[in-house]
Ligand binder design. Structure first.
Ligand SMILES: Nc1nc2c(ncn2[C@@H]2O[C@H](COP(=O)(O)OP(=O)(O)OP(=O)(O)O)[C@@H](O)[C@H]2O)c(=O)[nH]1
Ligand SMILES: [Mg+2]
Ligand SMILES: [Zn+2]
Length: 328
């Protein structure tokens, strides 16, 4: 970091259409983008025939928004708590997904940059876990070279899902850390805090698994703010998160809460490398009869399929692999 300009550098904690909340030196600055950065912004609703659209195409833009939550940015302070972002500093990491823009091609959406840990959150029950979605999150984190921590929330409802432990054992065997918690009873919350300490972590998961509730449990002061934002929309005290937001934790660390998503595609993963992103398959890659060109599907003498037959690789993980392979 350039010491001379240190007071002009901050981190993006929140964004709403056209506005970015930058935290710097314990202050929040409401920033817009400089015109240069602004030109790199794709409006999902843009008329594909408009001039605006044409200009964007010439610039070969490949992301929906040049600025992501977690970005370290340089900004010009305009006073009164407002400013303008002029530069995005190099990213340490990024967690991305494809964002199809109607009438155009698919663009990269950086969910969070500079994250250290991806936390796929599932509920023991209500909603019932969909393990295929977990596999997507894990592959996505692997492709970003980020570690994952699987969090199973609603431990208090675990008796409603008798098959849960058996499923989790598959992931434990692969080597993924798993933490079972309950935002309601507080069980496991201390361990979770410990895992978050000193890192920038991002929670991902379906709507209703309890991501925001976990944030409440981890840091009650913050939770109140979260609740106030979306309350009333769905009634019964249930609030759904509509925007990504990053929170500073009192005990050190930063946590990003994301809105629940039903779909989670893979960005920038090729069919050839997919098996490498399943840690339990990686060792077999190259050992198939057809070497690196094996799709590990119906090819004869496939080392990965043999490992599935031998019980070394879980059939459901293999099914996830085949499913994802078809998309790439
Ligand atoms: N029984 C039980 N219910 C929980 C627990 N954690 C959260 N809930 C409930 O689950 C519901 C959804 O919680 P949220 O925190 O809003 O879930 P979310 O993952 O943030 O959902 P989105 O913001 O829509 O993505 C709420 O009604 C919570 O009270 C838990 O540990 N046990
Ligand atoms: Mg939420
Ligand atoms: Zn193979």
């Amino acid at each position: 970091m350039n010491i001379d300009n240190e007071d002009d550098i901050g981190i993006v904690f929140r964004k709403t259409l056209g506005h970015y909340t930058v935290q710097a030196n314990g202050r929040e600055i409401d920033c817009v983008l400089s015109s240069l950065l602004h030109k790199q912004l794709i409006y999902p609703t843009a008329d594909p025939t408009s001039l605006h659209h044409a200009v964007q195409e010439v610039r070969e833009i490949n992301h929906v928004d040049p600025v992501a939550i977690g970005d370290q940015v340089r900004y010009v302070d305009a006073g009164n708590g407002s400013g303008m972002i002029t530069e995005i500093l190099p990213r340490r990491s990024k967690l991305s997904r494809p964002a199809p823009v109607p009438g155009q091609r698919v663009f990269e959406q950086v969910i969070v940059s500079n994250a250290d840990l991806v936390i796929p959150v599932f509920a023991a029950a209500e909603p019932t876990p969909k393990w295929g979605l977990l596999d997507r999150y894990l592959v996505s984190a692997e492709s970003s070279d980020l570690p994952s921590l699987i969090v199973i929330n609603k431990l208090d409802l675990a008796s409603k899902n008798p098959g849960l432990d058996e499923e989790l054992e598959i992931y434990r065997r692969i080597g993924y850390p798993i933490l079972s918690v309950s935002a309601v009873t507080g069980e496991g919350i201390e361990e979770l805090k410990h895992a978050l300490q000193g890192k920038l972590s991002v929670m991902v998961g379906k709507s209703g698994v309890g991501k925001t509730s976990l944030l409440n449990a981890i840091q009650p002061g913050l939770g109140l703010r979260v609740k106030a934002v979306g309350q009333g929309e769905l009634g019964k005290g249930r609030h759904t998160t509509t925007h990504l937001e990053m929170f500073k934790l009192d005990f050190g660390g930063t946590l990003v809460d994301t809105p629940g998503v039903r779909e989670f595609g893979l960005w920038n993963v090729t069919g050839e490398e997919l098996a490498y992103l399943f840690p339990e398959m990686a060792d077999y890659v190259g050992q198939c009869k057809f070497g690196l060109s094996c799709r590990h599907d119906r090819e004869p003498d496939c080392a990965i399929r043999k490992a599935v037959m031998a019980g070394e690789i879980s059939p459901h993980r293999y099914k996830s692999y085949l499913h994802l392979r078809e998309e790439l």
